[in-house]
Design a protein around this ligand. Structure first.
Ligand code: CP
Length: 355
């Protein structure tokens, strides 16, 4: 089956990802050519969780393409506050808008929402699971600033367990030849096993490190991330992790002159402010590249009839997903969709093992 929903960049071929990046660069070079490209079209931004960049860059992207936007940034101001289900909200909104961008704190929500949408639906972050349009932002940045998406050594540092941006980034860059990763985190915040499986399946080299100082000297890209306070079980667990990895001047002095520093933002305390003026610090520019990436994505989903996204082959599992953070726990009507990987049954919504 094919669809027009962007839930996970992993579903796209390298050719499709490259096409999006090329389109973003084309828009960047000649924005005036695209000023009326989406005249009459409506984007709905449904943000069940706070956002600055993703929400506003999507809205700005649609406005710059000549379209308009509707939506909410606080579900408590919508009928969600009266108990409306995800299914009903999406069924209604997809009758108003031409494209939907959704963020939700629960894993697998974008996939669940896509089952009930008549229009293309874009995952803007689902809990600690995935954030594909941040990855689009990151790869447009890499393409413009490093001139390539392959043969790079990428250090990802911070909350690799809950950091959805890291999961999407690794899954995407693992598709490109010659990339390798240094996974820099505490033991408690290591990447989930399914991400390691993907690295191994792609024959992508990786090392695990517990020291940013030791790892930084040999990197092309350092991708810093925030410790995701809102995803911890208790304040004490967060307190134990929050200052473990901080990029400061002393550590940056060990890095190469051509290493670039990316961060999906928001930053809390993991990069000291004095680094901001260093020419290698590209995180604010990265946020602007994201707007062009999202313009390219909206245009492509609405206008490129050849841009079709293959769906995974799924089956109905006998068992419900037991991940307490999975959308199947809160939206009881969802089917028990699963797929097979390495002989295991995986939840189609949150990618966790079912049996
Ligand atoms: N990078 C990112 O997703 O930022 P926001 O949470 O502000 O959208």
């Amino acid at each position: 089956m094919i669809n027009k929903n962007l839930i996970d960049l992993e579903a796209l071929s390298v050719e499709q990802i490259d096409k999006l990046v090329r389109k973003a660069r084309k828009i960047m070079q000649n924005p005036a050519d695209f000023r009326h490209a989406c005249d009459g079209k409506i984007l709905a931004t449904l943000f069940y969780e706070p956002s600055t960049r993703t929400q506003m860059s999507f809205q700005t992207a649609m406005l710059k393409l000549g379209g308009r936007t509707i939506g909410f940034d606080n579900p408590m101001n919508s009928s969600v506050a009266k108990g409306e289900s995800l299914k009903d909200t999406i069924s209604v909104i997809s009758g108003y808008a031409d494209v939907i961008a959704i963020r939700h704190p629960v894993e697998g929500t974008a996939m669940a929402a896509s089952l009930y949408s008549e229009v293309p639906l874009i995952n803007c972050g689902d809990g600690g699971h995935l954030h594909p349009t941040q990855t689009l932002t990151d790869i447009v940045t890499l393409s413009c600033e490093k001139g390539r998406l392959d043969h790079m050594k990428i250090g990802v540092c911070g909350d690799l367990l809950n950091g959805r941006t890291v999961h999407s980034l690794i899954k995407t860059l693992a598709k490109y030849e010659g990339n390798s990763f240094v996974l820099i985190s505490t033991k408690e915040l290591s990447v989930p096993l399914y991400i390691i499986d993907i690295l191994e399946k792609n024959n992508c080299a990786y090392e695990i490190s517990h020291s940013l100082s030791d790892a930084i000297g040999d990197l092309d890209v350092l991708y810093m991330t925030r410790i995701q306070r809102e995803r911890f079980g208790s304040p004490e667990e967060y307190e134990a992790q929050k200052y473990v990895f901080v990029l400061d001047r002393e550590k940056l002095d060990k890095a190469r002159e051509d290493m670039i520093i990316l961060h999906p933002l928001p930053r809390v305390n993991e990069i000291t402010v004095d680094i901001d003026d260093d020419p290698r610090a590209l995180y604010f520019k990265q946020a602007q590249y994201g707007m062009y990436g999202r313009m390219a994505l909206i245009l492509t989903l609405l206008q490129d009839e050849d841009f079709l996204i293959p769906s995974r082959e799924t089956e109905t599992s006998l068992h419900r997903c037991s991940n307490p953070k999975c959308v199947t726990q809160s939206e009881a009507y969802l089917p028990n969709l699963s797929y097979r990987k390495l002989g295991m049954q995986m939840c189609d919504f949150c990618d966790k093992r079912i049996d």
